[in-house]
Design a protein around this ligand. Structure first.
Ligand SMILES: [Cu+2]
Length: 281
């Protein structure tokens, strides 16, 4: 039976996914088998050597040297095998191939922002080409998040005070989950997204169709917003979603109305993700 037929695992869609699953399966089988063995032996010996009228006191017993050697050497070899296998995989996961495509990611409460080398940006969706290593350089704008691609078997904490990198290479096209894997506040469970793995030519077409360069500044609009009714603000933010997101961190410290409007904007992003009535391009 193939591992991919076993629904315990998420689907495998990267070059390392099957290796990670194989190691994980091996560790589970070995630790499971040893646990079962220990419990069976405990129960067997507890019954066999229970106290009876003929057997009141434990007797001293010197085990054979070969048996003692076996329970030292066999676990040692087993652990060394796990260590070598685990390190081999660890280095494979850590070492980024030279021809990797650079993508920049920012985590913030509660969304993922991605930027392509040509300046194309997206939120909670990441388009990547299939069959090419992708290096993600990432940081957080607020608390600790964790960028997790279950189908690629990669996950890394995203920290507010330093850049971190991880990489993967998708092996097939399709749509795969993105999760935040580090509890980061009230809407943590909503901090999700999708990776769209595309054929390289489709990816190039997609890049060409995106707006390039940095977004226009959004200064000067805040007063206008605070003076609006919330309904107007909703409509305004809806049309300005991209700008709102860029300024949300700066606004978060501001009290009262402005703060509410930021909260509203975050709600709006959540609505955009879930409600098909809203289009949020
Ligand atoms: Cu998070």
């Amino acid at each position: 039976m193939m591992l991919s037929d076993f629904p315990l695992w998420p689907e495998q869609a990267s070059t390392i996914a099957s290796d990670v699953d194989a190691l994980m399966t091996f560790l589970c089988v070995v630790t499971g088998a040893v646990s079962v063995l220990i419990f069976v032996v405990i129960f067997y010996l507890a019954i066999k050597y229970r106290r009876t009228p003929e057997n009141q006191l434990a007797q001293d017993y010197e085990p054979p040297k070969a048996l003692e050697a076996a329970w030292i050497i066999i676990p040692f070899l087993l652990f060394m095998f796990m260590f070598v296998w685990g390190s081999w995989l660890y280095f494979r996961i850590q070492r980024v191939p030279d021809n990797a495509l650079d993508i920049y990611a920012t985590g913030k409460q509660w969304m993922w922002k991605f930027q392509h080398p040509g300046g194309q940006r997206e939120i909670n969706t990441l388009h990547v080409p299939v069959g090419r290593p992708i290096r993600i350089t990432m940081a957080s704008e607020d608390v600790i998040h964790s960028l997790y691609f279950p189908a690629f078997r990669v996950k890394m904490d995203v920290l507010p005070n330093r850049y971190r990198t991880m990489w993967f290479q998708a092996t097939r096209t399709g749509r795969f989950h993105i999760f935040c894997a580090e509890y980061c506040g009230t809407m943590h469970s909503g901090m999700t997204g999708w990776v769209e793995v595309m054929e390289p030519t489709d990816y190039q077409k997609w890049l060409a169709g995106q707006q390039q360069g940095p977004a226009q500044p959004w200064t000067g609009q805040i007063k206008q917003l605070t003076a609006s009714t919330l309904d107007d603000a909703y409509a305004f933010l809806h049309s300005r979603q991209g700008f709102l997101i860029d300024h949300a961190a700066r606004l978060r410290r501001k009290p009262n109305v402005e703060r509410q409007i930021v909260g509203l904007g975050i709600d709006l992003v959540q609505i955009c993700q879930r409600d098909p009535l809203f289009t949020c391009d």
